[in-house]
Design a protein around this ligand. Structure first.
Ligand SMILES: [Zn+2]
Ligand SMILES: [Zn+2]
Length: 408
């Protein structure tokens, strides 16, 4: 699913080509803007802020390669997916387009099918691999939504891969990567919220770590004097796990991450410390006009509780403001939470209030209690939907399940 219709800027000096491409793109539900003069392309892109640019390579004044360089080197436009359109099918020309920064190359005339394939290869995708908290709960009671612990992946164009947490969900993700990469290099960035078991203990089952030539960066918050390297390597010290980090074949770098705004592989990643025992980071990623928040494990106290911190709550509302996909710890029903206050997790009503006040578009229930089976999770959705209805909220609530893919 996509959360909103996306915009394409078509740049070509031939009005009939622009017309044909605009027709195909409109049929694929894109909003289309047109530019017939390449010397105006940069200004036009700055005004209409498209998600994609389809640009002819051979044009008078400024050619497509130069337009591509101008757009890709502009801070506000660098995330745009740039498709070079040309009648030439030579490898040499393709290479020049990629060197200039193009994300795809398509030869004209092209069919609707070819257009759709090109667009699909450029889209980014969030996939849920584990949605439970605390402990994996496999079995007949969790076949619908899945029983693995926290892990989601985000695949961006140009083979940029982000992974959030390494709970048991990272094992099926690892199987998917091994099949997809089929012997090719696989580079990735793994963001750990905090080192509780359900967020790190399947790290050694991520097979790309053992493959020479791969490059993997691991990020997360330090725990007092324990660095991310110590945290990840101590759980694989030969006593708790038979294989040590020294046996990884990939090049693995570990980074201690604090609160702030980071740029990783050209993608904006913001972090915020959450309310949980020890240091736990929430993440917000913004790319190509879409943002998503991954916030687990996090305790939202009732406003009348002594531990309620209004400043933290307001900061969290601001951090999550308007995001398209909001994934938040919703471990408990309200009545369960009352018996488990100070355990570091949230209940439905308080997450609904936060999602509503932050005006998030889509809220995904996440990090379920190990005693919650498919039936309980379904009930949680119904309760959450009625809470949001009471608030007259525009936020939509969903169940995140293993295998759910969100395209953007
Ligand atoms: Zn957890
Ligand atoms: Zn935790």
């Amino acid at each position: 699913m996509t959360s909103k219709s996306q915009k394409v800027l078509v740049i070509d000096d031939d009005p009939s080509t622009v017309e044909i491409q605009a027709k195909l793109l409109s049929r694929a539900h894109f909003e289309v803007e047109e530019c017939l003069d390449s010397s105006q392309a940069l200004d036009k892109a700055l005004i209409c802020k498209p998600h994609y640019v389809f640009c002819d390579m051979m044009m008078p004044n400024i050619d497509g390669l130069e337009v591509c360089r101008q757009i890709k080197s502009h801070e506000e436009l660098k995330d745009i997916s740039f498709v070079m359109v040309s009648s030439k099918a030579y490898e040499y020309d393709k290479k020049q387009a990629y060197l200039a920064g193009a994300d795809a190359y398509i030869t004209k005339p092209f069919t609707e099918e070819k257009l759709n394939m090109t667009l699909k290869s450029l889209r980014s995708k969030i996939t849920f691999w584990g949605i439970h908290g605390t402990l994996p709960v496999p079995g007949p009671q969790t076949t619908k939504y899945g029983g693995n612990t926290s892990c989601i992946s985000v695949e961006f164009s140009k083979d940029r891969n982000f992974i959030f947490d390494a709970g048991s969900g990272i094992k099926p993700f690892s199987d998917y990567v091994m099949k997809k990469s089929a012997g090719k290099k696989f580079n990735s960035h793994i963001f750990i919220t905090h080192p509780h078991w359900d967020h790190i203990n399947a790290f050694p089952f991520f097979t790309p770590l053992f493959i020479q030539g791969n490059s993997i960066d691991v990020y997360g918050p330090k725990q007092f004097d324990k660095s991310m390297y110590r945290i990840m390597s101590d759980q694989m010290d030969g006593v708790y796990f038979p294989v040590t980090v020294q046996e990884f074949g990939a090049h693995v770098d570990y980074h201690d991450l604090g609160e702030g705004v980071h740029t990783i592989e050209g993608i904006k990643v913001e972090t915020m410390m959450l309310t949980h025992p020890g240091n736990c980071l929430g993440y917000k990623v913004t790319y190509n006009g879409i943002s998503f928040c991954y916030i687990t494990d996090n305790e939202l106290y009732f406003p009348d509780h002594d531990s309620y911190n209004d400043l933290f709550y307001r900061n969290l509302v601001e951090f999550s403001k308007g995001c398209d996909y909001f994934i938040h710890d919703t471990t408990y029903f309200d009545e369960e939470y009352e018996k488990k206050t100070h355990w570091g997790h949230s209940c439905i009503s308080q997450v609904c209030l936060l999602a509503h006040e932050a005006e998030v578009k889509n809220y995904y229930l996440f990090h379920h209690d190990p005693d919650h089976n498919d039936e309980k999770i379904q009930q949680k959705l119904e309760v959450a939907q009625s809470e949001l209805a009471k608030l007259k909220s525009k936020t939509k609530c969903h169940i995140a399940y293993e295998g759910l893919e969100l395209y953007f």
